[in-house]
Ligand binder design. Structure first.
Ligand code: SF4
Ligand code: SF4
Length: 86
């Protein structure tokens, strides 16, 4: 699943530099997550690191519009980081 940043975001800048996939960027008002790049941190961390560093509870949630299986997330991880080896 890709994750989603909700309007509770206070633009504290903590999550953006921590994302291993460069999936987080500043949107029009708050930070946003590119669902094409978010792997839920699979292959990098045991749990989503943006959720770990966010100081506001439940600001970063599972995006109901982008539900993916573990296999799909792994495929995305490989495409993002090891496309030259496929
Ligand atoms: S879950 Fe991981 S890959 Fe997805 S936006 Fe957060 S830090 Fe980036
Ligand atoms: S860490 Fe949380 S509050 Fe800070 S910018 Fe990211 S989503 Fe917003």
């Amino acid at each position: 699943m890709a994750l989603l940043i909700t309007k509770k975001c206070i633009n504290c800048d903590m999550c953006e530099p921590e994302c291993p996939n460069d999936a987080i960027y500043m949107g029009d008002e708050i930070y946003e997550i590119d669902p094409n790049r978010c792997t839920e941190c699979i292959g990098h961390y045991d749990k989503p690191t943006c959720q770990s560093v966010c100081p506001i509870n439940n600001t970063i949630i599972i995006d109901p519009a982008h539900i993916e299986s573990q296999d799909q997330l792994w495929d995305k991880f490989v495409l993002l980081h090891h496309a030259d080896k496929i």
